[in-house]
Write a protein of this length. Structure first.
Length: 416
C-alpha cells in the first residue's frame, strides 16, 4: 500500500526505509529543505543502547528546587503559564517512582537491543557513510557516592543482559588517556563496549540516497508543511499540506515535536513536550588531545563523541524553552565545561554551536504503533533517544503495520 511518512528526521527516515523494505510505496514529507534538519542535525552522536533509563526517576524529586534556581544547572526548569507544560510536568512527576522507572528501563532496553541489531544490519547491508564507529562508551564519575550508586545500577542492568565493566581511576585513564587532566577528580567509571557513534544528519542523507535510487524510489516532498489530517469516521482520508492535499492508503506521524500539534487536531494526545538541548562541534587538529571512546561526564551531564576529525559535545536539558533561538549563556556554559574537561583540546577554531528540541514524553517511552484511526500510525516521543532507538523503532512500526509479532517486544509495549 501507499504510506505517507510525516517527518524526515532520523525517526521518519528509518521508518521510510523499513516500510519500503516491506514492499510498500512510500512518500516522505517534511517542512525543511532536506532530511535531518531539526533535532537530528547535530545531536550528541552517541548510540547508547544500554543507557536508556528515563529522566523520570526517584532521584529527580530532591533536585527540582535546584533546577529552578541554579542558572548553571545542566537541567533547567523554566516554569511557564503553559497548560501543556503543567499537564506534562504532572505526568512526569507521577512517573518518578522506582516501579515506573524500572519498568520503563526494562522496556527501553529491549528496544535498545533491537535497535543495535538493526543498526548494525543496516550498516552492513547498505554500506552507509556516516562516520559510524563501535568505540564503546565510558561513563566518568567524579562523586564517589554517585559512583557507588552506579555500581548498584550496573548490577541491576546485568540481570537485563547489559555488558558493562566497572573501572577504577587508573583503568579509566588507561582506557582514555585524553582524560589525564581531570584524572585526580575521577572516582571511577563504567565502560560499555557495545555502544556506537555516528553522524545522525549524515545517516539521514545516506538513507535518502539509498531510498531515492531504487527501482520504485521513495518520493520526498521537502519544503512541505503538514497542516492537518482530514478524517472521516475512523480513518484518515487525506493529508492537507502547504503544497496541497496528499492522498495515501496509510499515514505515519513521525515529525518529532510537531507530532503533538498534528495529533491533537484529530483528538489524539501523545503527551510530547520539547526539551531543549545544545551541542558544540569542534574541528580537531594534530595537536588535539581528544577522546576516542564516547565519554559521558555524569556530574555535568555532558557527552563527548568522536566523529573522525571532529568532536561532538552535547548537553543541557531545558524544560520550558520552546524556541530554537540560541541562548549565549548556555553556549558559553557548555564551552566552559569543555575547557575544564579537555584543556588540551586545541581545536582548529571556535566550535559550531547548535540547539534542538527533543520530543519527550513524561515516562521517557516513545509511542510506536496504532491509533484509534485504522490507517494512522505513530512513531513519536523518543526524547533524547531518537538516534539510539531509531532503527529498532522503525522495525517495530513495520511489524505492527504488517500485523507481525515482534521478538522480545510484547504487543502492549509503546502503545497509546
Amino acid at each position: 500500500m501507499h504510506i505517507v511518512v510525516i517527518g524526515a528526521g532520523i525517526i521518519g527516515m528509518t521508518s521510510a526505509y523499513a516500510l519500503r523494505r516491506d514492499g510498500h510505496k512510500v512518500s516522505v514529507l517534511d517542512a525543511r529543505c532536506g532530511p535531518g534538519h531539526l533535532t537530528s542535525k547535530a545531536n550528541g552522536a552517541q548510540l547508547s543502547y544500554s543507557y536508556v533509563a528515563p529522566l523520570a526517576e526517584p532521584a529527580v524529586l530532591p533536585r527540582l528546587l535546584s533546577w529552578l534556581v541554579r542558572k548553571d544547572s545542566p537541567l533547567r526548569l523554566r516554569l511557564r503559564a503553559d497548560p501543556a507544560q503543567w499537564r506534562w510536568g504532572l505526568r512526569f512527576l507521577a512517573a518518578c517512582t522506582r516501579t515506573c522507572s524500572q519498568k520503563s528501563t526494562r522496556e527501553l532496553l529491549a528496544l535498545g537491543t533491537r535497535s543495535r541489531e538493526r543498526m548494525h544490519l543496516l550498516v552492513a547491508q547498505e554500506r552507509l557513510a556516516f562516520q559510524f564507529a563501535s568505540s564503546g562508551k565510558l561513563l566518568i564519575y567524579q562523586d564517589p557516592q554517585a559512583y557507588r550508586a552506579a555500581l548498584v545500577q550496573l548490577a541491576y542492568l546485568a540481570t537485563l543482559g547489559c555488558q558493562q565493566h566497572a573501572l577504577d581511576r587508573a583503568a579509566c585513564l588507561k582506557h582514555e588517556p585524553a582524560l589525564a587532566d581531570i584524572g585526580a577528580r575521577i572516582a571511577g567509571g563504567i565502560f560499555t563496549p557495545t555502544e556506537d557513534v555516528g553522524d545522525c544528519l549524515a545517516l539521514c542523507r545516506e538513507l535518502q540516497r539509498v531510498l531515492s535510487s531504487e527501482a520504485m524510489p521513495v518520493q520526498f516532498h521537502f519544503g512541505t508543511e503538514a497542516h492537518r489530517l482530514r478524517v472521516e469516521k475512523d480513518r484518515v482520508v487525506a493529508l492537507e499540506t502547504s503544497a496541497g492535499t496528499l492522498d495515501a492508503d496509510a499515514y505515519v506521524i513521525a515529525n518529532g515535536v510537531g507530532a503533538q500539534t498534528l495529533a491533537r487536531r484529530i483528538g489524539i494526545d501523545p503527551l510530547i513536550y520539547p526539551l531543549k538541548g545544545y551541542s558544540l562541534t569542534y574541528q580537531l587538529t594534530e595537536r588535539s588531545s581528544a577522546p576516542v571512546t564516547s565519554i559521558s561526564d555524569v556530574q555535568n551531564k555532558v557527552v563527548y563523541a568522536r566523529l573522525g576529525n571532529r568532536l561532538r559535545v552535547a548537553g543541557m536539558v531545558e524544560i520550558g524553552a520552546r524556541s530554537l533561538d540560541m541562548d549565549p549563556q548556555s553556549v558559553a556554559a557548555l564551552r566552559q565545561q569543555v575547557r575544564d574537561y579537555l584543556p588540551r583540546l586545541h581545536a582548529a577554531a571556535a566550535p559550531e554551536a547548535w540547539t534542538g528540541l527533543r520530543p519527550a514524553r513524561p515516562d521517557g517511552k516513545p509511542l510506536i504503533g496504532a491509533t484509534p484511526y485504522g490507517n494512522l500510525w505513530l512513531n513519536v516521543g523518543h526524547g533524547a533517544l531518537g538516534f539510539t532507538l531509531a532503527a529498532g523503532s522503525a522495525e517495530l512500526l513495520a511489524d505492527r503495520i504488517a500485523g507481525r509479532p515482534s521478538a522480545h517486544i510484547p504487543a502492549e509495549m509503546f502503545t497509546l
